[in-house]
Design a protein around this ligand. Structure first.
Ligand SMILES: [Zn+2]
Ligand SMILES: [Zn+2]
Length: 333
C-alpha cells in the first residue's frame, strides 16, 4: 500500500506532477496551501477584506468556500456567500440545498437569490422569452446578480470557483475564436470600479478540477455531483477539455503552466474597448445607457428589473446584519 510522503500514513492521493503520495490530512493541507500561495502571489485579498463567494452548489464552489474558510483566520478576511436559485428544474433544487448546507457547515452567512421570485422568471423562461441560448442568458444573469450583491455588501472582492482546467479551456476557446478581449478577463483577478463593479478573484487558479473534487469530497463538503442539464449544448468546451486532458497526460503540469503563463502576460491582452458607464436604470457597470440585464428585462417585461434585484439583496443583507458594514479593509499587500 502506498504511504504519505510526508507522514507515512496510508495515502489517498498521488500527485503526479510532484511524484508524491499524500494522506487525507496532508492532501487537504496541500490544496489549501496551493490556494493560499495563489492568493498571496496574485494579491487577491488583504486583512479586513470582505470576500463574497459565489456558490453554485457544485464541487468547485464547495472546494472554494472550504479552502477560504480554512484560511480565513490566517489571512484575516471575512466571508459572505451568495447562491442564485436559477430555477433549472431539479438541478436547481438540489444545488440550492447543497449551497445552504455548505454555508451552514462552514459558518458563512448566505444570501439566496431565487430568480423566479426576484426577477419574475427562471433561466429556462428567460431563454424562451428572449430567444437567446440558456447558457448565454444564465452567464449574464449570474454576472449581474453576483456583482450587484458584491456592491450592496460593499465587498472588496468577489470570489469565483474557476479551476485551472476551466481556465485552460476558456483560454483555448477564446484563442481559437481570436477573442483576445475575452482572454484579458481570464487572469487570477480583476480590479474593482468603485460603486459600480467589484473586482473578481479566482483562488482556485492553480487547482486542478480533480484536486478540487477530491478536496471537497475528502473534507466532507456537501455538493451536487450532476452538471447543469444545459451543459450538453457546450460541444466545443467538451472537445477542448479532452485535448487539454491529453496534453496533461503526456506532460504533467501543462494546465497549471498554461494558466500561470497567462497570468504573467494578462496585461498584454486588449481590454474591452469603450468607456465604463453607469447603467441609467440600476447604477451598476454598463457598456451603453443600460446594463445587459436591464436591456433584456426592459425588452421582455417592459421595465428594467436590475433595481428590483439590488433592493431585494439590500433587504436580505440588512436582515442578516451585514449592512451597514463596520470594519474597513486594509489594502492587499
Ligand atoms: Zn500525511
Ligand atoms: Zn442596470
Amino acid at each position: 500500500m502506498a504511504r504519505c510522503s510526508v507522514c507515512g500514513a496510508p495515502a489517498v492521493a498521488y500527485i503526479r506532477y510532484q511524484r508524491r503520495y499524500l494522506c487525507r490530512e496532508h492532501y487537504l493541507e496541500f490544496v489549501e496551501e496551493k490556494v493560499r500561495r495563489a492568493m498571496e502571489k496574485y494579491r487577491m485579498v488583504g486583512k479586513g477584506y470582505r470576500v463574497l463567494v459565489a456558490l453554485s452548489g457544485g464541487k468547485d464552489s464547495a472546494a472554494l468556500l472550504g479552502a477560504l474558510a480554512s484560511l480565513r483566520e490566517k489571512l484575516g478576511y471575512e466571508l459572505v456567500a451568495i447562491h442564485i436559485d436559477l430555477g433549472i428544474y431539479e438541478y436547481s433544487v438540489r444545488s440550492r440545498e447543497a449551497a445552504e448546507r455548505l454555508a451552514e457547515k462552514l459558518g458563512v452567512p448566505l444570501i439566496v437569490v431565487p430568480l423566479k421570485e426576484v426577477l419574475g422568471a427562471t433561466i429556462p423562461e428567460l431563454a424562451k422569452l428572449s430567444g437567446r441560448p440558456p447558457c448565454s442568458v444564465c452567464g449574464m444573469v449570474k454576472r449581474y446578480v453576483t456583482n450587484a450583491a458584491a456592491v450592496e455588501l460593499e465587498a472588496d472582492a468577489l470570489a469565483l470557483g474557476h479551476n485551472a482546467d476551466d481556465l485552460a479551456v476558456y483560454n483555448l476557446k477564446s484563442f481559437l475564436n481570436q477573442d483576445l478581449e475575452a482572454i484579458s478577463k481570464l487572469g487570477p483577478k480583476t480590479e474593482s470600479v468603485p460603486g459600480v463593479a467589484v473586482g473578481r478573484i479566482r483562488p482556485l487558479y492553480t487547482v486542478y478540477e480533480k484536486e478540487s473534487f477530491l478536496y471537497a469530497y475528502l473534507k466532507g463538503l456537501p455538493f451536487v455531483h450532476e452538471d447543469c442539464p444545459f451543459v450538453e449544448n457546450q460541444q466545443m468546451e467538451r472537445q477542448l477539455k479532452e485535448v487539454v486532458n491529453r496534453l496533461e497526460e503526456e506532460r504533467p503540469g501543462t494546465k497549471v503552466q498554461l494558466v500561470t503563463k497567462l497570468a504573467l502576460r494578462i496585461r498584454d491582452y486588449p481590454r474591452p474597448r469603450g468607456e465604463i458607464r453607469r447603467c441609467k436604470a440600476c447604477g451598476l457597470i454598463a457598456s451603453g445607457d443600460l446594463c445587459a440585464l436591464d436591456r433584456l428585462t426592459l425588452r421582455i417585461f417592459g421595465e428594467p428589473r436590475g433595481p428590483r434585484i439590488r433592493e431585494w439583496i439590500r433587504e436580505r443583507a440588512r436582515e442578516l446584519g451585514l449592512i451597514p458594514r463596520r470594519a474597513a479593509p486594509a489594502p492587499a499587500s
